[in-house]
Design a protein around this ligand. Structure first.
Ligand code: FPP
Length: 241
């Protein structure tokens, strides 16, 4: 058995949904749900690393999240601050390498700074590669890539005929990463919500009714089992990759 098979799926992407509902069902403010969501993320990162998953990409703040009340947005910034301050050493000890995908320009300068430092601190690590999507939107990412390619074509360093799928993918935030084979979404909705639109072309989507704060090691393993059950149905006719 090759390493590839041992760690199939190599790349898991997660839409962490339902923090607010988790809290509301308990009569708690939504902020409690987000805080519990950070704990769920810590569990899932640790377990993914233990299971030998190579890449984990999580949707932490979408371009649509700016529509939330300012207080909630500020609370999420505070959680990010704490995450980058307190959790980075724990991740570093696990050899996790952190990368932000998305456009952090509109974030407070100190949060941007902490995110950049987390990337720097962990950049030599050879363990799990953790992508945190912040102010990420799939369509915006594709438009940005198209714009960069158009600029190069205008400059003359590229001809339109040279633009193929591999070249295009180099202009995405995920350049250099394999596409996710599995997307997990919590709290029952079966939508992609503008997450990794290009990269998930052939991914399996596994939806669980659990709200994100309740997602744990067993839930991750259940999602992997479901993925492998579906993947096996393709038998020798492997899914297009
Ligand atoms: C979805 O729940 C979750 C979010 C919009 C934020 C995700 C954030 C975290 C898990 C914590 C912060 C992450 C880091 C990396 C520090 P929701 O609020 O949309 O839930 P709802 O759909 O029930 O309202």
């Amino acid at each position: 058995m090759t390493m590839e098979l041992l760690t199939d799926p190599r790349h898991v992407a997660i839409i962490m949904d339902g923090n607010g509902r988790w809290a509301e069902r308990r009569g708690l403010p939504r902020s409690f749900g987000h805080r519990a969501g950070v704990e769920a993320l810590r569990r899932v990162v640790r377990h993914s690393a233990d299971l030998g998953i190579r890449y984990l990409t999580v949707y932490a703040f979408s371009t649509e999240n700016w529509k939330r009340p300012r207080r909630e947005i500020n609370f999420l910034f505070g959680l990010l601050r704490e995450y980058f301050q307190k959790t980075v050493e724990e991740l570093h000890a696990m050899r996790v390498r952190i990368r932000i995908i998305g456009d952090m320009t509109p974030f407070p300068a100190d949060v941007r700074d902490l995110a950049a430092k987390a990337g720097q601190r962990t950049r030599e690590n050879g363990g799990l590669r953790l992508q945190i999507a912040l102010n990420y939107g799939g369509r915006a990412e594709i438009v940005k890539a198209a714009r960069a390619l158009a600029a190069e074509a205008r400059e003359g360093s590229l001809t339109p005929a040279e633009i193929d799928e591999d070249r295009f993918a180099l202009y995405l935030h995920t350049a250099g990463l394999p596409d996710p084979e599995l997307v997990i979404r919590t709290s029952g909705e079966s939508r992609l919500s503008n997450f990794l639109l290009w990269q998930t072309a052939y991914a399996e989507l596994v939806v669980t009714d659990l709200c994100w704060p309740d997602f744990d090691e067993a839930a991750l393993e259940n999602a992997l089992t479901e993925y492998r059950r579906r993947d096996r149905r393709f038998g020798s006719v492997r899914r297009e990759k």
